[in-house]
Write a protein that binds this ligand. Structure first.
Ligand code: DAH
Length: 344
């Protein structure tokens, strides 16, 4: 039996010498030392031996299995090191190589400003009007007539409004206020919407004026809506948009579609109210017009002004962005100079 053990030991040893990988080592361990391996099947015969033989052969069997275990481990560790080194060599990362530059696009400042304003009003319970209620190509009917703008109002003049050639009564909208009419024609109060979009005016372009710009229209119609609600909502908007207290003022004004009407001015950020080119020396910049929806407008869309009241506002997105980021020329938004756009 001892001779048998020796034979197996020798053949295991030569197998180990021939092994070239961790996989070989695992196979050898399985073949000789596992529960079903060759040593175990022989060790089963121990029980038939005399006590004396059991002791010596048993001790011998233990000794050679232990030796084999050690040989296997040494070989295994060596292969492991070698394979690891090869892998490290192969997968080496050259950290001195400079990274690849991936240029990243940015959201245009007018888009991000619009998104921010929209989200503030959404948090105040306003929803965004469906796009079909806010078309850029409008009829005079929605852009002026239904908003109580008299036929001879100077804003209708071709000097202010772009009329579409060969299509009488069709204009590029000069204000987003027409969206109010579309919404009220299609929805019953309570109505609480905003409508962001582009508007067009035939202006001489300068630092403060462009021939198209962006507005966000707002409309809240319900029972018992008061001028106090209007002031509350707009003051809260200004507080949230500018983050900290910014000097603002409500100034009474006139719009054909609201009565009473007001305008909100925010102190000029360029000169802190001292007066400069941006605010044409006044220290203030007008950012929105607003008021209580005129009873004529409500009646026009079939809403009974004895039951419902409402307020409306229209704010200039460029103005609000200029005041927040201290941009002193509206043209910067539109001439796509990357040095400007990359700052946002
Ligand atoms: N549409 C006006 C403008 O473009 C702004 C405005 C004033 C909108 C009063 C309103 C409003 O909704 O109630 O100058």
């Amino acid at each position: 039996m001892k001779a048998q053990l020796e034979n197996i030991y020798n053949s295991a040893k030569s197998d180990i010498e021939k092994a070239v990988s961790i996989a070989d080592i695992d196979d050898i361990r399985l073949k000789y030392l596992s529960r079903k391996g060759e040593f175990n099947s022989i060790k089963k015969g121990l029980k038939d031996l005399s006590d004396e033989e059991k002791r010596t052969v048993g001790a011998f069997a233990n000794q050679i299995t232990q030796e084999l275990e050690e040989l296997l481990k040494t070989k295994h560790d060596a292969f492991y090191q070698k394979e690891l080194n090869e892998k490290l060599q192969k997968d080496r990362i050259d950290i001195t190589l400079s990274g690849k530059y991936t240029p990243q696009g940015k959201v245009h400042p007018l888009t991000s400003t619009t998104d921010e304003i929209v989200s503030i009003f959404q948090n105040l319970g306003f929803s965004v009007a469906a796009p079909e209620f806010s078309p850029e190509v409008e009829t005079e009917y929605y852009n002026f007539d239904m908003l109580n703008v008299p036929k001879d109002h100077p804003a209708r003049d071709v000097q202010d409004t772009f009329y579409v050639k060969d299509l009488p009564g069709v204009v590029l909208r000069s204000q987003t206020s027409g969206a109010q009419i579309h919404v009220m024609e299609n929805q019953k109060p309570p109505i609480k919407v905003i409508a962001p979009g582009r508007v067009y005016r035939n202006e001489n372009i300068n630092a403060r004026k462009n021939n198209f710009f962006h507005q966000i229209e707002g409309l809240y119609v319900d029972k018992n809506i008061t001028f106090g609600d209007l002031k509350g909502v707009l003051n809260e908007f200004i507080r949230l948009y500018f983050g900290s207290a910014r000097p603002t003022r409500f100034r009474s004004s006139f719009f054909p579609f609201t009565e009473p009407s007001a305008e909100v001015d925010v102190q000029c950020i360029m000169c802190q109210g001292k007066g400069c080119r941006t605010c044409s020396g006044t220290g203030w910049l007008e950012v929105l017009g607003c008021g209580m929806v005129d009873t004529n407008v409500l009646r026009g869309v079939g809403i009974d002004p004895d039951v419902y009241t409402g307020f409306a506002f229209g704010m200039g997105v460029e103005r609000l962005a200029m005041l927040k980021y201290a941009i002193d020329d509206i043209r910067l938004f539109f001439n796509n100079d990357k040095r400007f756009l990359e700052q946002f």
